[in-house]
Ligand binder design. Sequence first.
Ligand code: FAD
Ligand code: MG
Length: 376
Amino acid sequence: MNWIKNISIFVAVMFVLSACSPKVASETSAETTAQLQSGMGMPIIRSESVVKKDSVSGLTLTTQQSNQIGTQISIGIYDASEVSNDVFDELFLLIDHYEMMISKNIESTELSKVNQMAGKEAVVVSEELYRLIETGLKYGDVSQGYFDVSIGSVVNLWDIGGEHQNLPEDEAIKQAVSKVHYKDVVLSEADRSVMLKNEGMILDLGGIAKGYISDQVGAKILEKGYTAAIINFGGNVYGIGAKPGDRDWVVGVRNPMSEGIVGTLAVKNKAVISSGVYERFFTQDGVRYHHIINPKTGYPEQNNVMSVTIITDKGVDGDALSTTLFLMGLEKGLAFAEQDPSFEAIFITNDAKIYSTKGATQLLNVDNANFEWVNS
Ligand code: FAD
Ligand code: MG
């Protein structure tokens, strides 16, 4: 099965890029197992532990993977000895809890209830979902409308990465775009409700939720008393604390043109979040149609940006910013990043050039000769 193959590749990449110690004392193979029950009634596909001894700190790194929220997740935690299954169970169930809150693809989630009532009535939601939508709307303003959480009608039409991905008719795209406008999402603090003003409007938090959920997983790991962990949500990496021995986490920056990486980032206690044309796409008549949509045209953004990587304290901000800066394009996006000290950014363009903010330049090491690092 493909996901088993994918999960093994993913395990290998994770270890190489993020968390492995050069000397491996003991290691078990990443057998897949599915004893956890999702809120949807389906088993949660997850692996058994891979256990490694870190020769520098003497600590043990225990890692498990799962297939959730349409992506591959890996969680590695350092401790004096192997971290028990129960801890990972709790973390995977936490992710499941958020999937049952935020997914737009499952009918019974809180978000779907808001979508089902579009144009009809306001829906009272949990504090967390309310705040996440509020954050999404804030990034709508920050990006002057490029980041738009009401993009769902267009995303569903294209279904990029899904079973029914296709190049829709112009007319259908126009029709879907007419439903997209984050200013028509009405929040009411008084009763904590969300109202989508127009029928057919669909909220899609896919551009922000992975970052948010990774923040919550990180917080849970800290709450349990662990101080060093590395989590990876389909390429979005969150290094919690420092790698034991006060070392940096070394996180790969993906080559958006083919396999492999363009270089590495050395960070402590940071989220490293990327958005790019390589994540979900199909090619038709020589055009690459990817999943980051310009909300004004309804088409995947075709500027010369291939990926944007954000380095920030919180995953939720990194996630929203990576999508937003991608849509803003190189010039505007880089200028925007330079004037905000709360995050750093790296752009890779389709002429194989790498541009980094001054702060990111300090953290980045490029070791792929096919790319020119313009401001190194
Ligand atoms: P990002 O660049 O961070 O975001 C791209 C995504 O943002 C797009 O996929 C779209 O959802 C949205 N978006 C596009 N344009 C805009 C815009 N202009 N403004 C704002 N947002 C935009 N996928 C599945 O295939 N199956 C699943 O079962 C599934 N379940 C999910 C459940 C949850 C709770 C979430 C959050 C996502 C789920 N996904 C699922 C989606 C999948 O994991 C996405 O690939 C992911 O959310 C996109 O994140 P990214 O980091 O790849 O890209
Ligand atoms: Mg994003």
